[in-house]
Design a protein around this ligand. Structure first.
Ligand code: SF4
Length: 444
């Protein structure tokens, strides 16, 4: 039986696609391996969202090609880098055995079988669903990709170019997949897309994320439902209402705003009323925990724009802010703008904002010291020094990989994937320290 290994780069949407791909291969009789050295076939599922992501993908391809020299494995490339480079792939990586883009990903297993790779233009798109999925982690949390592509035209972004127009999955296919995942032990589903809040407008003629969330929330064993990648102006009152209605929808939302200065938002082609939208959300859901993403160093940005942004963040609307320096890419409209900013200045501003935001985070956490918080256990290891158990997990306002963890020491091991209740005692960086006190299992 041939062994296949998938190397996945980039975002959680790519991770889900790679899991579908592995599912299709397994269903075709391939054996899955994480070890490239023993694989017969390797697929590198790439990213090219920004310059550094491209470089990372190109390095991954070269690394796998160096293994090919040793053991002759077949090397195929898929995803956003090959979608971007198209047939330049042949000249840049002549040793690869074939490539597909984003829109032809679902055909890859068959193309490998038929040894027929079409060299013509690759259409954008995505592998949005499959009956088969091989989860890449044993954690009780995973992502649910509800749509692919994007209908917005942010001037700095290549995604519409790489992923095409917005394409929602049907509510039925999403509920079926969610139930299957929950039957297999998943307790937290994290909803992702390029823009989750526009869900359904292309197939149902309206933004119906509220309907999807209501149906998901009725899956009894689903403990947490988390929403990432909300687009400010697609957030409506119906959506905010379901956050109030269902306990298992985490009172948390990720809303990338990218900036707050109207001049910059206008040049980015993003909603100018972003500030009032955020204020409205916090008025309607005062306790909701918000995360956002910010770009610094966008062409034309000046000190006044940065101070305006910092004053807005200091009002404490967001507990978490991911800050990225602007990445100038020739495929985007913003690359043609005047007043390009030096990368060093963009980095200086990034650090300024990160420091300002940490003070906001720290004061918000100081306000909840002493509170009880429910958390899910994701790691438990016994220390050799004192036999205590070092445990990490997450609480409802911590998305995986980006918002820090809950950390504690315990005399007893705690079960992976189980929920416990602890008391917040401190914060270390973005991690929250809790003690489990007299409670050793949730609710007892
Ligand atoms: S909404 Fe997001 S994915 Fe869509 S164009 Fe803007 S930045 Fe890109």
């Amino acid at each position: 039986m041939q062994k296949v290994a998938v190397v996945v780069l980039g975002c959680s949407k790519n991770t889900v696609e790679a899991e579908y791909l592995l599912g299709v291969f397994r269903n075709k009789g391939f054996e899955i391996t994480n070890n490239i050295e023993e694989a017969d076939i390797s697929i590198i599922h790439t990213c090219s969202f920004i310059k550094t992501a491209r470089e990372e993908s190109e390095k991954a391809i070269r690394d796998v090609l160096s293994v090919k020299k040793k053991n002759g494995l077949k090397v195929y490339v898929s995803g956003c880098l090959s979608q971007l480079l198209q047939n330049k792939m042949n000249s840049i990586f002549p040793e690869i055995d074939g490539y597909v883009g984003t829109g032809t990903l679902k055909e890859l297993p068959q193309l490998i079988f038929d040894k027929e790779f079409d060299k013509s233009l690759l259409p954008p798109g995505g592998l949005n669903e499959s009956k088969y999925r091989v989860l890449s982690s044993s954690l009780p949390s995973t992502y649910l990709k509800i749509a692919e592509g994007c209908w917005h035209k942010c001037s700095f972004c290549v995604i519409p170019y790489l992923r095409g127009n917005y394409e929602s999955r049907s509510i039925k296919s999403l509920i079926d997949e969610a139930k299957l995942l929950v039957d297999n032990g998943i307790k937290e589903l994290i909803l992702i897309a390029q823009d989750t809040t526009s869900y359904g407008y292309d197939i149902y003629g309206a933004f119906v994320l509220d309907k999807l969330l209501s149906k998901l929330a009725k899956i009894s064993e689903l403990k947490w439902i988390r929403l990432l990648y909300a687009y400010p102006s697609s957030i409506n009152d119906r959506l905010l209402a379901v956050f109030k209605e269902y306990k298992n929808i985490c009172n948390y939302m990720d809303i990338p705003i990218q900036h707050i200065s109207k001049d910059i938002l206008s040049a980015m082609r993003r909603p100018l009323n972003t500030a009032s939208i955020i204020e409205k959300i916090k008025n309607k859901l005062p306790d909701i925990i918000l995360r956002t993403s910010i770009i610094t160093g966008f062409p034309g940005e000046n000190e006044r724009d940065i101070s305006e942004l910092i004053s807005f963040l200091q009002q404490g609307y967001f507990q978490y802010v991911g800050v990225f320096e602007y990445s100038n890419q020739k495929e985007t409209d913003s690359s043609k703008l005047k007043k390009q900013i030096k990368n060093s200045v963009a980095i200086e501003r990034k650090i300024l904002i990160e420091n300002a935001q940490y003070s906001v985070f720290k004061s918000q956490i100081d306000n909840i010291i002493g509170n009880n918080i429910e958390f899910i256990v994701e790691n438990c290891s016994q220390r050799t020094s004192d036999d205590k158990y070092s445990i990490t997990g997450r609480c409802y306002f911590q998305a995986p990989e980006i918002d820090g963890n809950v950390m504690l020491l315990s005399d007893n091991p705690l079960k992976l994937g189980e929920f416990y209740n602890g008391k917040i005692i401190d914060a270390k960086g973005y991690n929250i320290k809790v003690t489990i006190g007299e409670y050793n299992e949730f609710g007892k």
